[in-house]
Ligand binder design. Structure first.
Ligand code: ATP
Ligand code: MG
Length: 576
């Protein structure tokens, strides 16, 4: 590789992302506005269940919901669907708030919890009982499943279905008062046991659960089911467009049924496809297993597809938003290439990352004709994409480090970097020619000797002569020590759930997803590296400071490599 600017080659030709793609959800909203539905109002929400950290799939939903509210001058709520006290924790609530904020979605003062509505939901339940549309059922969970029927056979009515209104009111009151143990009774919808839609076969509205809730404590020992909660919460908040993923399409008739029976404001549910990404797991349950079984260091491990993980890894909110806008929405579930996300990240980082020089696998280079003890400060451009980023001075001296990969004693055909007798440019430094090597007892090259041309300061060639390669370097005496963490995909298979060889999904994990570079050499400016700033280690990739870093020990995460990293090209060519 002979160029000295190793940006993503696709970047130059990539057109600006159409930031507002049309799609069927947006079209519906446009039509509703045109028809004056809801008085032209647009109000959306993001309704996470606080039972895990948010991931890239949730970002799609957040960007969609917030983006639409913003575009149409509407409102956006953040609401926790916290109806399951046994799986929910405040740690999750806190992380979700941080992640939604990071993505840039603004709920203003509208942060809500489904648990805020527990009293109202209970009133709704009483109303349905009084209307003869709900009943207390004594069947066990297993019996309810048996009575439910199948897709081809209708269900059987519960023997408790025809209890009187008074008895139902009394029993629900006593369920609420804690008179009955878990699982002994439920409140069920009196809908239609013969419905072709299983969701309408007398679904459960309330279950008994003597569990402490992270917000309501021990106030309640009956909890509403998600399906009895979600639609009514949207209604209470005046959500006009209740946007959710496709698996809820079959639940829509039930939500509409409740809304109609209760005679309350009717949001319109619109379903879109869940995001699936190659090499990436987007299931909270399995992500939790990765954390609990120590396959990763935590929810924010930089290999995790969680928003806290990718943020720690150096992905930016801007890149996430661009990606979400590009993938759009559809009515069928599919699989998106991870490369598309990475492309958006590289594109963004190419614009903002500060260029620096770092050597991960150091090889000593001694410039024999360079004066002993001299240090020159070389002016280096911080970001060729952004003149306002300015320049910095990087020390150059007699002894340097270069990448081991940038030297070959016996170069293959297309290897243009340093080798005996060959001249290369040291970026922002000088042109140097390799004169000899020093080997250890195993015959490995441990030091390279060069001569430099003093007329080529800054890497310039006043005589116009060409060299085929420019390599990066760090001055040995000025280099700082650090740790660098290189990440690969967490999974080896395109579909992490692949079981085609009879394997468990955990067997698809990549055992080499983390490589620690213990002794890299970094240019001294990185001593002042800032958290949250992206750096491009020239020719190596994008990096950011990890939160484990200390002033004594900088630790950098590799966000992504520069796609066509020289090492890969080199390997491919070497094979020929
Ligand atoms: P579960 O309900 O099984 O815990 P979930 O992934 O559906 O998992 P929620 O917290 O209920 O998690 O999700 C909040 C919102 O994010 C929902 O509206 C859901 O449809 C949406 N969402 C979740 N996963 C994805 C995904 N992969 N792509 C797009 N939207 C998603
Ligand atoms: Mg869900």
């Amino acid at each position: 590789m002979s160029n000295d600017r190793n940006g993503d080659p696709a970047e130059a030709s990539q057109p600006e992302a159409p930031e507002r793609q049309s799609n069927f959800i947006r079209d519906t909203i446009l039509q509703d506005i045109a028809n004056g539905k809801h008085g032209g109002r647009v109000h959306t929400r993001f309704p996470p269940e606080p039972n895990g950290y948010l991931h890239i799939g949730h970002a799609k939903s957040i960007c969609l919901n917030y983006g639409l509210a913003q575009e149409f001058g509407g409102k956006f709520n953040l609401r926790f669907d916290d109806t399951n006290p046994t799986k929910e924790e405040t740690e999750y609530v806190d992380s979700i708030i941080e992640d939604v904020r990071w993505l840039g979605a603004d709920w203003e003062d509208r942060l809500f919890y489904a648990s805020d509505y527990f009293p109202q939901l209970y009133e709704y339940a009483l109303l349905l009982i009084r209307k003869g549309k709900a009943y207390v059922c004594d069947l066990t969970a297993e019996q309810i499943r048996e009575y439910r029927g199948t897709l081809t056979e209708p269900g059987t009515e519960s023997p408790w279905r025809n209890r009187s209104v008074e008895e139902n009111l009394d029993l629900l009151e006593r369920m609420k008062a804690g008179e009955f143990p878990d699982g002994t009774r439920t409140l069920r919808t009196k809908a239609d046991m013969a419905s072709a839609n299983l969701n309408l076969r007398d679904p459960i509205m309330y279950r008994i659960l003597h569990a402490e809730h992270h917000r309501t404590g021990n106030t309640w020992c009956i909890y509403p089911m998600y399906d009895f909660t979600h639609g009514q919460c949207d209604s209470i908040e005046g959500i006009t467009h209740s946007i959710c993923t496709l698996e809820f399409e079959d639940h829509r008739p039930l939500y509409d049924w409740y809304i109609q029976e209760l005679g309350i404001f009717a949001p319109q549910q619109l379903e879109f496809d869940r995001l699936n990404l190659t090499y990436t797991l987007l299931s909270k349950r399995k992500l939790l297993a990765l954390v609990q079984d120590n396959h990763v260091t935590g929810w924010d491990d930089p290999r995790m597809p969680t928003l806290s993980g990718i943020r720690r890894r150096g992905y930016t909110a801007e890149a996430m938003r661009t990606f979400c806008s590009r993938i759009g929405v559809s009515k069928t579930n599919g699989m998106v290439e991870l490369g598309l996300l990475e492309h958006a990240v590289r594109e963004d980082l190419n614009q903002r990352a500060l260029r620096v020089m770092a050597v991960l696998n150091p090889l000593r280079v001694v410039i024999d004709n360079y004066p002993e003890g001299r240090t020159e400060l070389m002016e280096c451009v911080n970001n060729p994409e952004d003149a306002s980023a300015g320049t910095r001075e990087v020390p150059f001296s007699k002894t340097l480090y270069i990448e081991q990969d940038d030297f070959r004693e016996d170069p293959p055909k297309h290897f243009y970097r340093l080798s005996p007798g060959r001249e290369v440019r040291l970026r922002y430094g000088y042109l140097v020619t390799c004169t000899s090597v020093v080997k250890n007892e195993k015959g490995e090259v441990v030091e390279v000797h060069c001569s430099y041309d003093p007329a080529t300061r800054g890497g310039n060639t006043p005589d116009g002569r060409k060299v085929k390669s420019t390599i990066h370097w760090v001055s040995a005496e000025h280099a700082i020590e650090a740790e660098v963490r290189l990440y690969e995909n967490l999974f080896l298979t395109e579909d992490p759930n692949d079981s085609s060889r009879g394997q468990e999904w955990t067997e698809n994990l990549n055992p080499k997803s983390l490589e620690v570079v213990a002794h890299p050499k970094l240019e001294p400016s990185l001593k002042h590296a800032k958290a949250g700033t992206s750096y491009q280690f020239e020719r190596l990739g994008y990096f950011c400071l990890d939160r484990d870093a200390t002033p004594d020990k900088p630790i950098f995460n590799r966000t992504l490599g520069l796609r066509d990293s020289y090492a890969k090209i080199d390997k491919a060519k070497a094979k020929k």
